[in-house]
Design a protein around this ligand. Structure first.
Ligand code: AHM
Ligand code: MG
Length: 355
């Protein structure tokens, strides 16, 4: 017979190995009712999409036609990569004939994709950025996918999806997949943030960490400093502050998911402020910023536009953008204090000019 201690270690690691994503979702919802089964099945489909994308990314350099641009531009006017198209289609394919999701809205599509055969049953909408950090694809650096789940509100007879123009607080679930040295899936159903690692030998996402908490403060600031002269003075003041104070270090990978993942685990702040050319910044609210803001708050951190809580922002269109400041509470608040102080000084100057 085995030593009792050894057997309990085995049990523990076996238990962990068996905590797959779909099982975890059911545990989170503490129920096996139809709704819990649906959400678990949706997460399972997202996991399948992640595995398909991960598989293609790992072989892309060896495959003809997997890398590079398609020659098209998307609704945002950005050049589309072949991997963007592939990943976008993967999410659609995994939800066809699933009875789970009625609409999919993605950064790469002008309008949502409807799956009418799912509609009588599936009242959910999946919003996603199929490949976040596309500029990293062709050079074999990390990229991600971001997803968010919302319940459809009312009928969408005209196919305009107006019910999606609601704040991020309406999200039922959100998460991302990071395609790095290993493939990591992080998600939240509004009950903490949990991470899973794809075990290629099993083809399953296995629980890695439960209830992740962002440190209240961290050393990293993550921003594209190439935009320095494109920002307004408040952001430049913040950057000069971190340059002059010890304990800060810069990290910027060009893929939001990767930069956010570092901050989620180690603390710090990511910012993509507005620029002269793009006052709302680059990041899309419902596909990128709101899902990550949901995760940040669930992990005890903060997300804001600099002036407003990110999850309160109501988009005026599906592809709306917002400035984003996200990460450790203290670091986000420090950036906000520079923005708010500068705004106050601007208002004071304007009122002096008027009087
Ligand atoms: P994408 O989804 O088209 O790749 O755009 C989003 C990406 C983010 O991952 C990243 O933080 C940012 O754009 C990088 O932009 P920039 O090159 O302007 O710094
Ligand atoms: Mg993209």
């Amino acid at each position: 017979m085995q030593h009792p201690e050894a057997s309990s270690i085995n049990e523990h690691s076996l238990d962990r190995d068996c905590t797959t994503l779909s099982r975890h979702v059911l545990q989170q919802l503490s129920s096996f009712n139809a709704e819990a089964q649906d959400i678990s099945a949706i997460m399972n489909r997202i996991a399948l999409a992640a595995k398909l994308i991960s598989r293609r990314l790992s072989k892309a350099g060896l495959m003809a036609g997997a890398l590079g641009f398609t020659g098209e531009t998307n609704v945002q006017g950005e050049s589309v990569k072949k991997m963007d198209v592939y990943a976008n289609e993967v999410f659609i394919s995994v939800f066809k004939q699933s009875g789970l999701v009625c609409r999919l809205a993605s950064e790469e599509m002008d309008k949502p994709y409807y799956i009418p055969e799912n509609c009588p049953i599936g009242r959910y909408t999946l919003l996603y950025d199929p490949i976040d950090g596309s500029s990293n694809v062709d050079i074999n650096l990390n990229v991600g996918s971001i997803f968010s789940l919302r319940q459809q509100q009312g009928e969408d007879l005209e196919g305009e999806a107006k019910d999606l123009l609601q704040p991020g607080d309406q999200q039922i679930a959100a998460g991302y997949i990071l395609y790095g040295p290993s493939t990591v899936l992080v998600y939240s159903l509004g009950k903490g943030v949990h991470s899973f690692i794809l075990d290629p030998s099993l083809g399953e996402f296995i629980l890695a960490e439960e209830n992740i908490q962002i440190p209240q403060h961290g050393p990293v600031y993550s921003v594209n400093e190439g935009n320095y002269w494109q920002w307004d003075e408040s952001i430049r003041e913040y950057i000069r502050y971190v340059h002059r104070h010890e304990g800060y270090t810069a990290r910027y990978s060009g893929a939001l998911v990767g930069d956010f993942h570092r901050i989620l685990l180690q603390g710090g702040v990511f910012l993509y402020p507005g620029t002269v050319q793009k006052p709302q910044g680059k990041l899309r609210l419902i596909y990128e910023s709101a899902p990550l803001a949901f995760l940040a708050e669930q992990a005890g951190g903060k997300a804001s536009t600099g002036n407003q809580r990110l999850l309160d922002v109501v988009p005026d269109k599906l592809h709306a953008r917002t400035p984003l400041v996200i990460g450790s509470t203290k670091d986000v608040e420090l950036v906000e204090s520079f923005i708010q102080d500068w705004t106050r000084r601007q208002l004071e100057t304007e009122s002096l000019i008027v009087t």
